[in-house]
Design a protein around this ligand. Structure first.
Ligand code: SF4
Length: 440
């Protein structure tokens, strides 16, 4: 063993998966710091004697990445670089019993709602006074705000309810407090996240209360952009669109995973809607919020998907002209409803269908971006890259959407500031332009 004697307690939190996991890690980080424990997020050096891995258990690739990360730290433990390895998050929630047997070197496994028990294991206590406080792990000018946990939807292919449990909305007061604290620390953009953000309030307020929440968050001083993610098409609270349309600090942007564009498949996937109703909703979105950018996600290759279904989806994508689109290849997840069906679409056909949709979308994105040439956009500066700055318009979410390359040798720009950029060229994914006005 290289190390002699015990290292001073230091915890390294490693986060895998989605922004909701990132928020959970930030809450853990904040609670540990609040207990006076030395903690770091994603330390590059093996200088922490305790590692907490916050895992993802969504689909195959994500699960494999989580297992590889656990094994990496188990190896570090065997080399004496790490004393304790704890695993939490979705993979642990879903497969704890098997993993305990397969990887006995892990000291303890925790579920997705085990924060207090995990804190105890780390000789810390849950501090209620820290609710609404959060230390960010990404640049502080934008922050994710998790408005609810879990999901009550029956989507056939989805394992998330198995890992995250039923839907629980967070009270408006608590979310406003968190938004105020984030704004105090320099956050200008709030990304509202959930498993299903449009379900917000149905449990707590016995009604869909997203519109009310948006109004309260929009009143928080210092928040210049509020971005809505993970909306669900069925029972969509259109009053939230009225608030989006009337409030200038709510981005004209909506992330709404639709999953498929064939009514037969939407039925098989238990999405509770049809292609026709979905197209009607898209029309309503664009009528109520002119110029809104719509992001969606689709799945290709779900059991039972025929060539006709796929062609219907291609037609749907062509007509809908989404601003941003991601497409996944169906993953056969045990204990989901779809797992009881035969995974009858060969992997190469699934991939062919994914590629065909992305190629179609690439053409649409290119046309939509070409139409932005000559126009100016309020842009939030995320980072510097070489001699240029890189930012986003209100139509782009971090890490998943388009970016704006800002040529600015002569202009003084700062990360986290807004500026107005006049676009002079565009590709299917990015815009390029020069600052035309400084916003401080
Ligand atoms: S709404 Fe989303 S998280 Fe909930 S079951 Fe459907 S796909 Fe899964």
């Amino acid at each position: 063993m290289k190390t002699r004697g015990l290292k001073k307690t230091k915890v390294n939190i490693v986060t895998l998966g989605c922004s909701k996991n990132l928020v959970d890690s930030e809450v853990l980080l904040t609670q540990l710091r609040g207990n006076g424990i030395d903690v770091i997020h994603e330390s590059k050096k093996d200088d922490a004697n305790i590692v907490v891995i916050n895992t993802c258990g969504f689909i195959d690739n994500a699960k494999q990445e989580s297992i590889d990360t656990i094994l990496r730290y188990v190896d570090a433990k065997e080399e004496g670089l790490v004393e304790k390895v704890y695993v939490t998050g979705c993979l642990s929630q879903r497969y704890k019993d098997d993993l305990e047997k397969e990887i006995p070197q892990v000291d303890a496994w925790f579920g997705t709602r085990d924060l207090s028990r995990l804190l105890k294991q780390l000789n810390a206590n849950y501090k209620h006074e820290l609710v609404g406080e959060r230390i960010l792990t990404n640049p502080s000018h934008f922050a994710y705000l998790k408005i609810s946990e879990g999901c009550d939807r029956p989507c056939s292919f989805c394992a998330i309810p198995l890992m995250r449990g039923g839907h629980i909305s967070r009270p408006i007061e608590e979310l406003v407090l968190e938004a105020k604290n984030l704004a105090k620390n320099g956050t200008k953009e709030l990304l509202l996240i959930a498993q299903d953000s449009t379900y917000y309030g149905l449990d707590l307020y016995k009604k869909r209360n997203l519109a009310e929440l948006l109004k309260h968050l929009s009143d928080v001083e210092g928040i210049e952009w509020i971005r809505l993610h993970y909306a669900f098409p069925t029972g969509f609270p259109t009053d939230a669109l009225d608030v989006m349309a009337e409030r200038s600090n709510i981005c004209k942007y909506l992330d709404i995973p639709l999953q498929h564009g064939s009514s037969r498949m939407l039925k098989l996937m238990r999405r509770g809607t049809t292609r026709e109703k979905t197209e009607q909703l898209l029309q309503t979105l664009r009528e109520k919020v002119p110029g809104i950018a719509i992001r969606t996600t689709l799945i290709a290759g779900h059991p039972g998907e025929t060539d006709e279904d796929f062609n219907e989806m291609m037609g749907f994508v062509e007509r809908s002209r989404f601003d941003r689109l991601g497409v996944f290849s169906y993953s056969h997840e045990e204990n989901t409803h779809s797992h009881s069906m035969e995974d009858n679409i060969p992997a190469d056909i699934k991939q062919e269908r994914v590629d065909a949709i992305m190629e179609l979308q690439q053409g649409i994105s290119f046309e939509l971006n070409q139409a932005k040439i000559g126009r100016s956009f309020k842009t939030l500066i995320d980072r510097k890259e070489g001699r240029a700055f890189v930012g986003r318009t209100e139509f782009d979410s971090p890490e998943v959407d388009n970016e704006v390359i800002i040529e600015s040798q002569e202009n003084y720009l700062r990360i986290g500031d807004f500026t107005t950029v006049k676009i002079h060229s565009a590709t299917e994914f990015d815009l390029t332009g020069k600052p035309s006005l400084l916003f401080v």
